[in-house]
Design a protein around this ligand. Sequence first.
Ligand code: HEC
Ligand code: HEC
Length: 384
Amino acid sequence: MFNYLDFSSNFKSQMIAKIIAALTIMTPATGISQGKYEAVGRVATTNEVAAWDIDVRPDFKGLPKGMGSVAQGEKVWEAQCASCHGSFGENNTVFSALVGYTTKKDVETGRVASLMPEAATPTRTTMMKVSQLSTLWDYINRAMPWTAPKSLKPNEVYAVTAYLLNIANVVPENFTLSDKNMVETQNKLPNRNGMMTKHAMWPGNEFGGVTKPDTQGSNCMTNCVTEAKVASLLPEHARNAHGNLAEQTRAFGPSVGADTTKPAVSTGADAKKAVVIPAITVAAAKTVEKSVESNTSLKSADVSGILSKNACLACHGIDNKIVGPSFKEILAKQGSKADAVAYLTAKIKSGGSGVYGSMPMPAQSLSDTDAKKVATWISQGAVK
Ligand code: HEC
Ligand code: HEC
């Protein structure tokens, strides 16, 4: 934990000293000096601070005790990570591939050769770039799996980190990662020596104390360029690859995104395929509605609790495709099946891929009753 008065800059400490002096004059002696901020919040509890204070630093301070083997990590990976990142961390549909383009030689040198200008590998995998094992551990611990951040136990984080290091050929198959051998393992990370201060992003004393930032600009006083030229753009077919960002509400983070459907994608057969959502056929929907015996049709309000609790809406919209198909599209495809409810209940629990495209759906850990309720709602028309 840092002390907020512990600034290295003289200027800042002087300012703070002045502010505190001013406040002390304005506040009765019982105020700041005794650490009381009456009517301003309350003191955080030890548990609240512990829940927030989870960072693991480059010197491994903050790392909880624990351990996990490559074999245990493979189980965590297959159940909770592979659906998005691929069995070998190779998938780059959801995010850049996590593993690849590092060699045994890199493990020895600590510099990833494929990052060097002469190698010119366009791909940048996580394992190529990451220079601190603490960063990898910390990131997985705080941010993954994407749909349920902070749900992994420390031993699971150790295990899955060990698995990633194994598929990157950094550690052997019988390896167990623990708080005891993190330093040793750090010393095998392929890009551990890849960080530089030459560009003076941080004051780099080893390069003669260069303290200027690494941007190189000069003030323009005459004949200045007024319009910036955009050097790279997301290709049209990729823009809407994950559905319309503006319509997506994630369970966390800012929910507002750009409308990626506009302007409409115009060229290329493949481009069209990637974004056009098959329109629900009204006839198919009607047949389903008739074939459902129950007169009490479920509305989205009846299942919204289940959908948000399980983060289904991060991947499915009612009318719009996100990562997965819209519920209306699922209805159009599966609604006419005689055993639609049973089929959908089973699929919600097991997940799968290939029915709508290559993007897989991870297995969902909700109860049979909840899965059946959602399946029934879909087959009754996915009514809003
Ligand atoms: C539902 C899809 C999904 C699942 C499941 C998932 N991830 Fe991720 N992962 C992502 C996305 C998307 C990103 C990029 C996030 C960002 O940049 O904000 C990411 C980023 C990462 C990164 C950081 C890569 C980098 O270079 O910055 C790591 C490491 C990672 N995931 C590991 C895991 C592990 C381990 C699991 C399983 C415990 C997991 N992920 C499960 C979607 C997922
Ligand atoms: C990480 C993204 C993701 C999450 C979270 C997710 N799904 Fe899916 N879902 C998908 C994808 C992708 C498909 C398409 C799979 C395919 O093509 O076979 C899919 C398919 C489906 C299907 C159709 C299966 C079929 O064979 O027709 C149903 C029903 C479904 N999801 C319901 C749900 C429910 C209910 C939840 C929440 C409990 C949920 N999904 C959570 C991504 C997700």
